[in-house]
Design a protein around this ligand. Structure first.
Ligand SMILES: C[S@@+](CC[C@H](N)C(=O)[O-])C[C@H]1O[C@@H](n2cnc3c(N)ncnc32)[C@H](O)[C@@H]1O
Length: 343
């Protein structure tokens, strides 16, 4: 039903800053903000978004039920001192719970010129502007240099730190022919979800429900009151060593990862690196080493045990999509068998 969402938004061309404009709000909000009701969408994406939602309304009889609204999210914000503001559980949370379901505040398209982006962000309502400018912004050298060089709008470093860059789904056939060419990617910014920090061992998964245009955050394990709510910002991190992950996050988002795993002692990090290296080998072996079906199942089981030892609870994404799918099917079938045995 859902697809994980992938590269968080970085489009270096979009970085920029206008020194003439200064409406950053200094005091960062430590409250969850009210949900936006109408996303601010760049005009070029509006026909696509309308068609997407119309198609969803056509295909989904239950699309106006309210199951997806989390009236009182069990979450609170706090100041981590080392990684800005973060989100933690305000009560014990059960694995599988939907924690937050949020509409985007902004949707924009890759490749827009600095002038287009400035014109577009100038049209934000005062409250949307306040919400946006309360969020954190990139403060690394690369982002600041890009901002000065490109002279784009002053929200670029905020959008870059908080945006999700997502692949857009296709619109069903019945709408074809009535639309301009479909865009393939867009960036989305969610006001509260933007407060969730990255972890290399995330407690939560995230997925965009395209039928409602809501980003949803699910608990992937039981989470105790006071524990961090975290997601993984980039896909395919599971087979990378600590150094490789840190380098990737640094170049993509401009921060040095201070998650619990990356801040562990050397021994823990070495063990984790060893497991991830083995996982990489196993995933490459799966279709590349001429294994028969039984050996493949054995390799998948080895991968499952490694992931369990690592404490990685979200569905892993490997370099090759077919390996990720094979692993997902394997774990689903395995849990079905276990359920049947219990009955
Ligand atoms: C989407 S925001 C998350 C909320 C943010 N901490 C805040 O204060 O609003 C992303 C920013 O949070 C910080 N951050 C997120 N995860 C981090 C991590 N694992 N280690 C260090 N900093 C992190 C970085 O500054 C990053 O640019």
């Amino acid at each position: 039903m859902y697809f994980r969402s992938f590269l968080r938004g970085v489009n270096r061309k979009q970085f920029s800053y206008s020194n003439k404009r200064t409406f950053f709000f200094n005091a960062a909000s430590t409250q969850l903000v009210g949900s936006s009701t109408t996303p601010h969408i760049v005009p070029s994406l509006i026909p696509y978004m309308v068609a997407l939602l119309l198609a969803a309304t056509n295909n989904n009889e239950n699309c106006d039920n309210m199951d997806h609204i989390v009236a009182d999210p069990p979450l609170e914000l706090y100041d981590t001192k080392s990684a800005g503001i973060a989100v933690r559980a305000s009560r014990d949370i059960k694995r599988g719970e939907l924690l937050i379901s949020e509409l985007p505040l902004l949707i924009w398209e890759e490749g827009m010129s600095p002038e287009q982006l400035r014109h577009w962000t100038d049209q934000l309502t005062p409250s949307a502007r306040q919400t946006l400018f309360n969020l954190s912004k990139r403060s690394d050298k690369l982002a600041i240099e890009a901002e000065e060089k490109d002279n784009t709008d002053e929200s670029a470093r905020i959008r870059s730190a908080n945006g999700f860059d997502l692949e857009l789904p296709g619109i069903p056939l019945s709408f074809h022919g009535k639309l301009p060419p479909q865009p393939t990617r867009a960036s989305f910014l969610f006001p509260n979800i933007s407060r969730i920090n990255h972890s290399c061992l995330p407690s939560c998964g995230h997925a965009l429900d395209w039928t409602r245009l809501r980003m949803e955050i699910f608990a992937m394990r039981d989470i105790h009151k006071g524990e961090d709510i975290s997601i993984e910002y980039l896909p395919q991190m599971i087979t990378l060593s600590t150094e490789e992950r840190k380098a990737k996050l640094q170049t993509t988002f401009g921060f040095s990862c201070a998650c619990q795993l990356c801040s562990s002692d050397n021994e823990t990090i070495e063990q984790s690196d060893r497991r991830r290296k083995q996982l990489k080998l196993s995933s490459r072996n799966l279709f590349g080493a001429g294994l028969n079906r039984q050996q493949m199942v054995g390799e998948l089981e080895r991968m499952r045990v490694i992931l369990q030892e690592e404490g990685y609870k979200v569905l892993p994404e490997f370099e090759q999509e077919n390996i990720s799918k094979a692993y997902a099917v394997f774990t689903q079938m395995r849990s079905n068998f276990i359920k049947q045995d219990e009955e």
